[in-house]
Each structure stands twice: as structure tokens, then as C-alpha cells.
Design a protein around this ligand. Sequence first.
Ligand SMILES: NC(=O)c1ccc[n+]([C@@H]2O[C@H](COP(=O)([O-])OP(=O)(O)OC[C@H]3O[C@@H](n4cnc5c(N)ncnc54)[C@H](O)[C@@H]3O)[C@@H](O)[C@H]2O)c1
Length: 395
Amino acid sequence: MTSPQSNSPGTRPLGVAAIGYAFMGQAHSNAWRSVANHFDVPAFEQKVLVGRDAGAVAAAAAKYGWSESATDWREVIAREDIDIIDICAPGWLHAEIATAALAAGKHVLVEKPLANSMAESVSMVAAAQAAREIGVRSMVGFNYRRIPALALARKLIADGELGTVRQVRASYLQDWLADPESPMTWRLRKETAGSGALGDIASHAVDQVQHLLGDTVIAASGKLHTFTTERPGPDGPEPVTVDDAAWATLEMAGGAVASVDVSRVALGQKNALRVEVYGTNGALTFNLENPNELFYLNAREPIEVQGFRRILVTEPVHPYISGWWPQGHVLGWEHSFTHQIRDFLLNIADGTDPSPSFEEGLGVQQVLAAIEDSSAAGGATVTLAEPAISTTRTS
Ligand SMILES: NC(=O)c1ccc[n+]([C@@H]2O[C@H](COP(=O)([O-])OP(=O)(O)OC[C@H]3O[C@@H](n4cnc5c(N)ncnc54)[C@H](O)[C@@H]3O)[C@@H](O)[C@H]2O)c1
């Protein structure tokens, strides 16, 4: 492993490269471009955007604010002037790119899920732990942790406002695969995506359950299902080898029980991440389709006036809001990525470990693997072999 670049604040701006320029590449580019307008972060430069098609990535780089483009991520990782690698490529590349970048002393932000398999995830954690020893930081992109309303929900739960949490319902429903004629993509092949709705969106839901409660899953039972088993490919019909939808019941170490259901064929549901948390003293509900709102019921109030209260999470005292607009001037989905980059840059500057760490990403993978194993065993409860990596609160 080489030593980290001279990346302490005040030497030179941190050099950033992003790998992938499609959906997440654009979302992350937008965050890199806007973060310093709203938050005090260490100086950085959007240096290189990497893709496979030279012309297309050059056009994207110019549009999204990157100084240069490149087609070989290995060459970019080897550059002295690059300090941060932001991986926005599909899951099958996460382990290879992240371990190479960390070994080269680059800080790494990698999109979720951490990887396509447990073996890859474990190798990434080993690389992150070795890199951490020499001050190289790593983070996995569960961006919904940084939606202000969900960050507030975590704080209220940590402050004891709900009492003891008994039950969580987390669902993440989309419908972009509802049409059986929707064509094959890398997301529908096990070898490129690892799994379907499970890794793609249950990963977010499971991360939310563990993060909101500051607790870990110890056992899971689940079911995966594929409704459309063949889809049109470039050379004719191709088998779909991942799930369209998944269901799970999760037992938490602290005694709560969570249900998770996710689907990419739930007609009419566009990007509905819903979370409900029920405790002994209160309850919270959230829906990503109304991301500025958190509903809170305080069961300690007189029953005559009890009811879910709508909190518009746009006050300067709310998480991340002081960097934005006056109260009521609402934020959207993309701001979660800006907050993610802000926190990652501050961790690098402060020499502290980002969260979610690769260990936390592995913790989510363990739960997903248990759900998959349970489904293969007809829904039998699977105890996690090792407790999922601790997500003990640090803040
Ligand atoms: N956090 C979220 O809300 C969220 C949402 C969507 C996707 N994701 C995750 O982001 C990652 C990427 O997903 P996406 O939707 O952006 O995929 P995408 O298919 O839209 O884009 C993938 C990009 O990777 C590039 N790429 C592929 N192979 C490459 C290579 N060898 N070298 C350089 N670039 C290469 C492609 O050119 C493309 O630009 C996945 O891990 C996915 O799970 C996260």
C-alpha cells in the first residue's frame, strides 16, 4: 500500500475522480458541483470523470463540471493528483475498483449496495481497514441517511421520544419493471447485479432500519419472487436471473421486529420509500415522495389531542437545513447526495471515519444474504452467523 497523497487541508485542493457518468454519476456530479455553495468544506477540484465511451464521457464531463474525462479507471487511480475516488459504476465493479483505489491510498466513496456478494464485501472491508490505518477514508453511499427528515427521525428515536421501539415497517416500492416488455439491463442479471430488488432497494430499507434504531438484525426470514422470468434482450428473449420483489421479517438485537417489503413492479409506486416506527411512547412515519415531512405521534399527550403531527423539516435547527434556504423552502431527493459529499469531505478533513463505513455496508449485505437464504429454504428463519457489524451510535 502506498501512503496517502498530500491531502491535508491547506496543502492543495483534494483531487476528485468519479467513475460512471449515468444515473448516479450525474447525481453525484450535481452534489460535487453544489456542495461548496452551501457548506464549508475543504477545497477540492472535480478533476476527472471516467466512463467507457470516450466521446460520451467527454460530453458528460463538460456538462457536469469535470475538468477532464478518461476511459481507464486504473490509470486515474494511479494519478498523483487524485485523492478521492467516487464509484458510481454498477455493483460488479465495486470491489475491484474500491480495493485498488484504497491500496493506492485514495479515499473511496462507493455507491450502494457495497458489492454483489458477501465474499466481495468482506474483501472490501479488509481493504478499508488496512487503508484506515494510514488515514485513508471509505464510505458507502446509503444517501437516504442524509434526507433531513430521516436524520431527524434517527435523532428523535435516539433521544428516547418513542420510548422502546417495538415495531418498524419499511417498504420501498417502484414500478419501472412492471411492463414485461421492459428490456434486459445489467440490473436483471445475477452476474452483474448480484440480486434484484433485494440488493437494489431492500439494501436502503435494511440500512434505514438498522440506522434509525441504532440496532442490528440478528435473524431474518424472507421470500424473493420474480414475476417476469424472461425479458427482451438485444438478441432475443433473455432469462431474468434476479428477483422483482422481496419480503422479509427481521428480528433486531434490541428486541424490535421489522418488516421490509420491496418491489420494482408495484404499479403506480414510483420511488416510495416508506418508514414507520412504533414505540411504547410514540410513533414516526415518513414517505420519500414527500421528503420534507416527518409525522410524529406523541402518546404521552392527552388522548383527546393525540394524533400524527406533521413536522415540516425545513427549520435551520433541523439536520443539514442551515446550509440551504429559509424555512419552508423545500429540499428534494438530490440534496441527500450533497449532504453525503459534505460529510465525507469533513471526515477526510477531520481525520475521522465516515458512516456508513464499509463494515456497515457489509452488515447490510449479511442481512440481504440471510433473506436470500431464507427464501431458498422456504421462508425458514435464518440466524445471522455473526451479528451484523455494529452500527453503535457515534453521533
Ligand atoms: N443511492 C441511490 O439512490 C442509487 C440509485 C441508483 C443506483 N445506485 C447505485 O449506483 C451504482 C450505479 O448505478 P446507476 O444507476 O448509476 O447505473 P447506470 O447503468 O445508470 O450507470 C453505470 C455507469 O457505470 C459506467 N461503467 C460501467 N462499466 C464501467 C467501466 N468498466 N469503467 C468505467 N465506467 C463504467 C457506465 O458507463 C455508466 O456510466 C449501482 O451500485 C447502483 O446500485 C444508487
